[in-house]
Design a binder for this molecule. Structure first.
Ligand code: ZN
Length: 434
């Protein structure tokens, strides 16, 4: 009886009803295949696309939405973010070790909601979140979005980063307990298996490991153990890599993705291309707000040369940022979209960059056959901008319209997230936690 009542309430509120929406789109961009198609009609029903084309008839009674002045694209993907971490100059001097002491998991989960909404505002409807989320704030975020408590991108997340003793931290001996929960220590085969299982139990969709954060990084055999244990639950492994030796070991083990580019060169790119390993490379742009560190320009030039080399070697590349900090005057979404500067500096053509920001993003999240492309039967996610991003990528800096699961998040350049908020899980199947 209760369930019936709940479902009838949903019907009244329009969440599960059969109302058809028709979007009249000026230009529909398909990053997978190339040029934009003019004057398209997109029909939606129950949160999914049902028909797309120039000659699709609009059913009587459908709600019509005029997007004729826009270029409509699939939503963007950031393949490496940390939504539940924001370190700052004040008070912690940009040391996230101190952030982990000062900000509770609860506070960081709320920060993650805020960061997720700013990501949506910037056009990112999918985010791969790779750890540094205190005690599973990332799971709380993902479940809250999936249950309809708050709006946010589709989240593929890792839970706690697993590393050899200490993870990426350098605590003093009397504060050793501060390694966890930011990192899970796993130094033996038994501990590796247990750490993988713990993350999976608490909602991970990918396993993130520190390949070489310490001199005693993981061997190729230890990484193979990570891979086989994760694979039992259908998960892949992402490796934080910062040394050439670590890259070679991770490639040898057949890791799914290498995070960061600092250790990658022509040799490793060729091996990655051969094995189909993703390059999730987090290249920070050269900007006025990032240039206060010594050697920033030289580092940026090396990054750009690395991107060009990876692209020339046909390595699978994903748009990714490692965004986990506060830049005064900018929200997380604005920080992230500014990373297109790095891709433009690498002189990769705009249509290729858009493909990397969409198609490749869905693929590295392993959702390409379920969500992302604007396709009949798929969840109705999309963004709209004023100009053609295939010709001018900077049009993505001013996203005017965002829709996720057929619900409008942003219209006419303004966030209108009201329809996303529910005082209970929606749909009822989302009661399942983790
Ligand atoms: Zn990171």
């Amino acid at each position: 009886m209760r369930n019936a009542l709940a479902i009838s309430t949903l019907l009244v509120t329009g969440l599960l009803d059969a109302q058809v929406t028709a979007l009249k789109v000026g230009h529909l961009v398909n990053p997978a295949t190339g040029p934009a198609a003019a004057n398209q009609v997109l029909l939606l029903e129950g949160g999914r696309f049902t028909a797309i084309g120039a000659d699709v008839p609009i059913p009587a009674g459908a709600t019509e939405v005029d997007l004729s002045q826009y270029y409509v694209s699939p939503g963007l993907v950031d393949a490496h973010n940390h939504l539940a971490l924001t370190y700052k100059e004040e008070p912690e001097h940009n040391s996230y070790y101190l952030t982990s002491v000062m900000d509770s998991t609860a506070l960081r989960a709320i920060q993650a909601v805020s960061n997720g909404m700013t990501m949506m505002n910037a056009g990112f409807t999918m985010v791969r979140d790779l750890g540094n989320n205190a005690n599973y704030a990332d799971t709380a975020l993902r479940v809250a979005i999936e249950q309809g408590w708050v709006p946010g991108p589709t989240i593929i997340k890792s839970g706690i980063i697993i590393g050899g003793f200490g993870g990426q931290f350098y605590p003093v001996p009397e504060r050793e307990m501060l390694i966890e929960p930011e990192y899970l220590n796993a130094d033996t085969n038994d501990e590796i298996v247990k750490a993988v299982r713990r993350n999976i139990l608490y909602g991970a969709k990918i396993i993130k490991i520190c390949v070489d954060c310490k001199p005693y990084g993981y061997t190729a055999d230890e990484m193979r153990l990570f891979i086989t244990e994760a694979a039992k639950s259908g998960l892949k492994d992402a490796g934080h890599v910062q040394t050439h030796g670590g890259a070679l070991r991770a490639i040898d083990a057949g890791i799914y993705s290498i995070e960061h580019s600092v250790a990658l060169d022509d040799e490793t790119h060729k091996l990655m291309a051969k094995k189909g390993i993703w390059r999730v490379c987090t290249e920070t742009p050269f900007t006025t707000y990032h240039t206060n560190t010594p050697g920033a320009k030289e580092r940026f030039d090396r990054q750009v040369a690395g991107m060009k080399n990876a692209y020339a070697n046909h390595v699978k590349m994903a748009f990714s940022t490692d965004a986990d900090y506060y830049i005064p005057g900018m929200d997380r979404g604005q920080v992230v979209i500014d990373f297109i500067k790095s891709w433009q500096a690498a002189e990769i053509p705009a249509p290729e960059i858009l493909k990397i920001m969409t198609v490749n993003g869905y693929k590295v999240c392993e959702l390409y056959d379920k969500r992302g492309p604007i396709k009949a039967g798929f969840p109705a996610d999309l963004i709209a901008v004023r100009g053609n991003p295939l010709e001018n990528l900077d049009t993505l800096r001013d996203v005017r319209f965002v829709m996720k699961d057929g619900i409008f998040f942003k219209k006419d350049g303004v966030m209108v997230p009201g329809a996303f908020f529910h005082s209970g899980p929606v749909p009822p199947s989302a009661w399942r936690i983790h």
